[in-house]
Structures are given as C-alpha cells and as structure tokens.
Ligand binder design. Structure first.
Ligand SMILES: Cc1cc2nc3c(=O)[nH]c(=O)nc-3n(C[C@H](O)[C@H](O)[C@H](O)COP(=O)(O)OP(=O)(O)OC[C@H]3O[C@@H](n4cnc5c(N)ncnc54)[C@H](O)[C@@H]3O)c2cc1C
Length: 359
C-alpha cells in the first residue's frame, strides 16, 4: 500500500487548479489522470473561451491547459500519474487505482479532491446504436485531438453552446452540417455562436427532435420531427436528412460515482445537471477529508471549475496541516471570483442549485 498526502483525482481544469493551489500551500500532491494527457476537456477545445479575463477568456482551451501545466511545473512537490484510473474509494480511506490495463494497486491518502468532470447524456431513439452516432465530446476528440473527420455530413442534435461550437468546428474541418435541432422552443447557447452558424447557411430547427436513424451497417439517414410543448413528436411534421453522422449534444451529467461509493451524501439537483455531493463552503463533502470540485459537483464551465479547484485545493491542503499565511485572503478572493462568474442569468440559475447542497 502506497501512502500519499493529498490525492487529486482527475487532471482537468478543476484538478490542475486544485493541485496548483495545494502545492502552493506546501502540500505534497499526487494527481491521478486516466488519460494519457492532462487538461480534461480543455485539450479538445480549439475555440477561444468566453468568461472572465482572470479565467483566460479569449484564450483557446488547448492553450489554457498548457498555461495551467506550466504553472504546475513550477512546483517540485507534485507527482503526476497519467493513464491511471481511480476505480474505487473505500470506507477506510483507501483508494484503488488501475494503471494502464494490468497494474492494480492501493493508495492511502490523507485527503482527496475528486475532480472527475462530467459525462455526456445519451438520447433514446430507434437505431441509436448505429455506427456514425456520436456524442459531441467524441466528435471533438476525433477532430481536434486526433485530426480525424467523423464523416462528411452531420446532423447536430442540441443547440446549446457545445452543439453550436462543435458544429462550427465541424464546418472549419470541411464537414457539412445539414442542420442543428433542439427540442426546446429556444436556442440554449449564446446567440453570438448561433448567429455565426446561421450566417454560414446552417438551419437551426427549434422544437424538433431526432425520431429515428436509418441505415444498414452505419447511419445513412435521420428522420426528425417537430415536438409539441410536452416534447411529444407531432405526426406529419417529419423531415429526412441524408447524413452519415448524427452528433448528440444534449448536455452533461456530473461524473461522481466515486463519491457515492465512498459514502458521500448526494442529492439530485436539476440546476446542476444530476446527482451532486452535499458539501460545505470549503468544498468538503459529508465525508471528512474528501473534497470535490468542478463539473463533478455540478455542470458549469471551465472558468468556474478552475476557481472551485483553487478553493478546494487550498482548503484540502489546510485540512492536512498546510495552511498558508494568506489563507483567508486567498479564500475570499476565490469566493469573490466565483460570485462574479455567477452574476449573470445562467450563473443565478446555477446558484439556485448550489443553495440546495451547501451546508
Ligand atoms: C464543446 C465544449 C465547449 C466548451 N466551451 C467552454 C468555454 O468556452 N468556456 C468555459 O469556461 N467552459 C467551456 N466548456 C466547459 C468546460 O470544458 C468544462 O466545464 C470543464 O472542462 C470542467 O472541468 P473539470 O476539471 O471539472 O472536468 P474535465 O475537464 O472533464 O476533467 C475531468 C478529468 O478527470 C478525469 N477522470 C475522470 N474520472 C477519472 C478517474 N476515475 N480516474 C482518473 N481520472 C479520471 C478525466 O479523464 C478528465 O481528464 C466547454 C465544454 C465543451 C464540451
């Protein structure tokens, strides 16, 4: 059994910032990431970020990942394990990890920050398992990480920011986007993104959903139909699109089974997109020494994930005896940054969710 001071699970923006902040406080940190590279969602985001200047607005996601890694490089009290997945968190505080595919071992940390991010929601319709049906994250990974086009003609399902941004990236990669659908009566993403897409000739159909995929060995066609106010398909409104890709971008759900397994109290909060841990203002869950940050505590944005990571890392380090002299100033600065980020209408909606889980 290996011993460790502070383990950070997940090397996305929340985890990297937790590691920076905790190591800055003097804690010995071990970051565990299941992918080959650190950065989480950031490494597939080639667009310039929105948000506030302090959280790198106007920089590209991939560059933000690089900047955070450079910051982390300045500390010699951080160890990083990639291609290593945390597969269990147990009552006695032990966590089990799987390195690559066959090396399995246990670690006993003094404290943990869980920053495992989120996973994509799926959509149920006939033939939704045909090759050519992807989540938007998979399309981004193929295109922006591996340089592979997912197909030639795409139907995008979901007009939130992710659906709009990925549609734009598909067009940049030379892929035709036949249409973007959304079951909601209004476009969910920022209108600046939607207008850009519309100017490129892509129709955005609101109150529409995908009814069925058609194809023998892979997608050849999508049948879509209009929906009523209860989201039921309206007969006779069907349209057909000849496409070889249907990209599903209907939202994310917090990925936090490890917290449930560890016994942290969880609550379903629609505003935060799923089950999330009950926590205090220091981002400590109902299990002492277990902290959480980022999309795992509620789906939001990288900007908020980074600040939550800084805050959780600072408080977790303090919990194990590494309290910097400027703890109070740093903590109140992070709290202020989060309040500023959440001052708009979307942030206010998120806050109504957060109010339900903070004790
Ligand atoms: C298309 C798209 C566009 C976006 N645009 C913006 C934008 O413009 N501005 C903005 O602020 N936000 C944007 N976001 C949102 C932003 O990317 C996320 O909110 C942010 O990445 C969340 O950070 P995180 O660290 O919580 O999770 P993630 O970035 O998802 O990182 C979680 C990490 O944990 C790892 N992990 C998970 N489980 C385990 C395990 N068991 N063991 C080890 N490692 C594990 C994962 O591999 C991953 O690296 C966008 C998202 C998408 C998909």
């Amino acid at each position: 059994m290996r011993e460790a001071d502070l383990v950070v699970i997940g090397g996305g923006p929340a985890g990297l910032c937790a590691a920076i902040s905790a190591s800055e406080s003097g804690a010995k940190v071990l970051v565990i990431e299941r992918n080959k590279v650190l950065g989480g969602q950031l490494v597939k985001q080639t667009h310039m970020f929105f948000g506030s200047e302090k959280q790198y607005a106007s920089d590209r996601g991939i560059d933000i990942a690089e900047m955070l890694l450079n910051k982390l490089d300045c500390f010699n009290n951080v160890e990083i394990l990639t291609e290593t997945t945390v597969v269990g968190m147990y009552e006695d505080g032990v966590i089990s990890v799987l390195h690559k595919e066959d090396v399995y071992y246990k670690i006993k940390p003094k404290a943990v920050v869980v920053s495992t991010g989120a996973f994509e929601k799926a959509l149920a319709f006939p033939n939704n398992d045909l090759p050519g049906i992807y989540g938007a994250g998979a399309v981004q990974t193929l295109m922006n990480v591996h340089g592979v086009k997912p197909g030639d003609k795409v139907l995008m399902v979901g007009a939130g920011n992710i659906g709009l941004i990925v549609s734009y990236q598909l067009i940049q990669a030379g892929v035709e986007v036949a249409a973007i659908l959304d079951a909601a009566p209004r476009i969910g993403g920022y209108l600046v993104h939607a207008s850009k897409i519309r100017r490129m000739g892509v129709p955005i159909l609101t109150s529409y959903t995908v009814k069925e995929a058609i194809g023998k060995d892979c997608v050849e066609k999508a049948i879509v139909s209009q929906v009523d106010e209860k989201f039921w398909p309206i007969a006779g409104t069907e349209k057909e699109f000849d496409v070889d890709v249907i990209c599903i971008s209907v939202g994310l759900t917090p990925l936090n089974e490890l917290l449930s397994m560890r016994g942290c109290q969880m609550k379903y909060v629609p505003q935060l997109s799923g089950f999330v841990p009950i926590r205090d203002e220091n981002y400590e869950t109902t299990v002492e020494y277990v902290f959480a940050a980022g999309d795992a505590t509620g789906v939001e944005e990288a900007s908020a994930a980074m600040v939550e990571g800084y805050l959780a890392g600072l408080c977790a380090a303090s919990k194990i005896g590494c309290t910097p002299d400027d703890f109070d100033e740093r903590k109140s600065d992070y709290v202020k940054q989060l309040n500023d980020l959440r001052s708009g209408p979307v942030g206010k909606h998120i806050l109504t969710g957060i109010e339900q889980i903070v004790i």
